[in-house]
Design a protein around this ligand. Structure first.
Ligand SMILES: Nc1ncnc2c1ncn2[C@@H]1O[C@H](COP(=O)(O)OP(=O)(O)OP(=O)(O)O)[C@@H](O)[C@H]1O
Ligand SMILES: [Mg+2]
Length: 249
């Protein structure tokens, strides 16, 4: 069953057309990656899905419901959560507060730390928090420290943890390995695999095409706002064009 479907999506920045008719389909439980050079439109694709950008043409479906007319907070509520490029954690808030902000966007209650914890929030947040701490023990160890004291890799973990606090069905990851050492990056990829094994569907944008394709069931290659190629992770890894342009072989 398709969980996410983009049909002929065109997204603009002013008059500049960044996405020129994109078709992408993600099936429940899959890890699908989107690779492409700088400026190809990868982040624009994710921001179009999460509602930060509104496509001028085309449709985006989540479980067969059109979502491209909804505001971002409604899209989060439906179960799509994005980890933005560059992490964007709150450096002055503690690690725990950063995570609680992720639950706040899902609208479990009125205030992330306040007394008026209504509805689902009181029930769900502790469970989600302990799941995130299981996945990232380093966040538990340092939960009272400001987010800004974490290393780059740990901040990426915090950004992923924060997105998981909205209990998403679909996780959109924008270049999670950017700027990380190979060892830390491989740790992050291992965690992405674990998250997928929990049943969360993942759309992964990466410049590390090798690792991303290795992890993904299927992939799409984006070039200048168009899908140039698609296939299984293995097919793309063996594709001559992909090898030359994205794998440096
Ligand atoms: N805020 C913006 N205003 C105007 N043009 C933009 C804006 N953001 C992106 N663009 C343009 O839209 C196109 C797609 O950009 P996008 O950020 O989606 O690419 P990307 O594939 O994510 O690249 P990168 O690998 O550098 O993150 C590029 O031509 C870019 O210059
Ligand atoms: Mg980008």
């Amino acid at each position: 069953m398709s969980v996410l479907r983009l049909e002929n999506v065109h997204t603009f920045y002013g008059h500049a057309e960044a996405l020129r008719g994109i078709d992408i389909e993600v099936t429940k439980g899959e890890v699908v990656c989107l690779i492409g050079n700088n400026g190809a439109g990868k982040s624009t694709t994710l921001m179009s899905i999460s509602g930060i950008l509104k496509p001028k043409m085309g449709s985006i479906y989540f479980e067969d419901r059109v979502i491209n007319n909804l505001p971002p907070h409604e899209i989060v509520k439906m179960g799509i959560s994005q980890v933005p490029e560059g992490r964007r954690i709150f450096p002055r808030l503690t690690i725990r507060e950063n995570l609680e902000m992720g639950a706040f966007t899902r609208d479990y209650g009125r205030c992330p730390t306040g007394a008026r914890q209504g509805g689902d929030r009181a029930l769900k947040v502790p469970g989600l928090l302990s799941k995130v701490f299981d996945l990232f023990p380093v966040l538990k160890e340092r939960e009272k420290q400001p987010g800004g004291t974490l290393s780059g890799g740990e901040q990426q973990m915090l950004a992923i943890g924060r997105a998981l606090m909205s209990n998403p069905k679909v996780l959109l990851l924008d270049e999670p390995s950017l700027g990380l050492s190979p060892i830390i990056a491989s740790k992050i990829f291992k965690i992405i695999r674990e998250i997928s094994e929990e049943g969360i569907t993942i759309l992964l944008v990466e410049q590390n095409a090798h690792a991303a394709l290795g992890l993904s069931k299927r992939g799409y290659v984006l070039e200048s706002g168009r899908i140039a190629l698609s296939g299984t992770g293995q097919e793309l890894l063996n594709n001559e064009l992909v090898k030359k342009a994205y794998l440096g072989e």
